[in-house]
Design a protein around this ligand. Structure first.
Ligand code: SF4
Length: 368
């Protein structure tokens, strides 16, 4: 359990008279009660009280980014994934540097400047593939473009496969020009969930060990979560609790770190996956976003997922989120049913009709 301060007991009908004190922290029990009893108006009101600790009410930021799926070959066999091919199967691919450059050039031409690399646990790719690729990108684009190199899950596999400690692997990637490894591959951070659906994708303990090694090496990182599988409410809360506890610890232990710089939650797309199922509603997603904003009071940036919720994601700005992506590609979620729109003006216009003034946030501007 985290170092929870007492939380103002939730009283649904008298929110106006029960302000959340500036330093209040919600407990897991209070979050459970809130989930069972709060209306959408209540969620918005409470989430915005926490949001206002970090952001002015009508502000929102966005990025134009591309997820570059550099390989779809993977041995992890998560049952919620429609993207991967086993090494023995037809249809596997690995992108060449030239193919990656073409995708990055297109991203720049569309006004974006952030690429996020996401592939699989490909046993045929040595560490040198990654280091060569990332140093070539840094050399070709300099600071015109930033990239999230790998997810935590891929980083774990890479270190494992190269028989390196996590800190040695982080150093090698850093020497190749890497500045960010993101928190992807977390899905639901409970050991039981991973045993049910992703038994080869490392444990929760290993996930956080890798996050810590990334931060200790001076690399930057983020937190993520995916909901809408078969996880229980308790599992969602455990994920949030572990994330908040981790952030408390690294901010206290690692000098100069910014810890987890943002939290992005998106929703499971079940189509063509072994797990299958039915998508959760946008309303449930929005309630979870509000819960996340309230619970993760030590992470300033809460992001809403246009990739999986399309225009509905922008409603998330009223439920505590302050930031969103305009993605131009992600094969992983598109294979499982996500759709991408390049009509950015339409999406931004919708944010404006909701009362927000969206401004572009360049990750390159915040690089050292
Ligand atoms: S979700 Fe990622 S790790 Fe799991 S099978 Fe798909 S590509 Fe592999």
């Amino acid at each position: 359990m985290g170092p929870a301060a007492p939380y103002t007991r939730f009283v649904p009908v008298s929110l106006e008279n029960t302000p959340v004190p500036a330093a209040a922290r919600i407990s897991t029990d209070a979050a459970l009660e809130l989930w069972r009893t709060a209306s959408h108006d209540d969620w918005m009101a409470l989430a915005n009280r926490v949001r206002s600790r970090y952001h002015a009410p009508d502000t929102a930021t966005y990025m134009v980014m591309r997820i570059v799926n550099y390989t779809n070959v993977c041995v992890a066999q998560c049952d919620y994934c429609a993207f991967y091919r086993l090494p023995s199967q037809d249809g596997g691919y690995v992108l060449s540097q030239e193919q990656v450059f073409a995708k990055l050039d297109e991203l720049l031409a569309l006004g974006g400047d952030l690429a996020a690399f996401n592939g699989g646990f490909n046993p045929h790719l040595p560490l040198s593939y990654y280091c060569d690729l990332f140093s070539a990108i840094r050399k070709r684009y300099g600071n015109r473009l930033e990239f999230y190199a790998l997810t935590v899950a891929e980083f774990l596999y890479l270190a494992d496969h190269a028989k390196l400690t996590l800190s040695a692997a982080a150093r090698q990637l850093q020497d190749a020009g890497v500045r960010w490894i993101t928190g992807g591959g977390s899905e639901i951070l409970t050991e039981d969930f991973r045993k049910r659906h992703a038994k080869f994708k490392y444990t929760v303990a290993q996930y956080f060990e890798a996050q810590r090694a990334i931060l200790e090496a001076g690399l930057r990182t983020t937190a993520t979560m995916v909901i809408g599988f078969d996880e229980t409410l308790d599992e969602r809360l455990e994920h949030l609790e572990r994330t908040r506890d981790f952030q408390d610890k690294v901010l206290a232990d690692i000098p100069g770190t910014r810890g987890l710089e943002s939290f992005l939650c998106w929703t499971f797309k079940p189509y063509f996956t072994q797990l299958g199922g039915i998508e959760i509603s946008t309303g449930e997603y929005l309630r979870h976003l509000a819960l996340s904003r309230i619970y993760l009071d030590n992470i300033p940036r809460i992001r809403t997922s246009v990739l999986t919720q399309n225009q509905g994601a922008l409603e998330g700005l009223r439920y505590g989120a302050d930031d969103f992506d305009l993605p131009i590609e992600d094969e992983v979620t598109q294979k499982a049913g996500a759709t991408v729109s390049l009509d950015f003006e339409n999406i931004l216009g919708y944010a404006r009709t909701l009362g927000f003034k969206p401004t572009y946030r360049s990750v390159t501007a915040s690089t050292p």
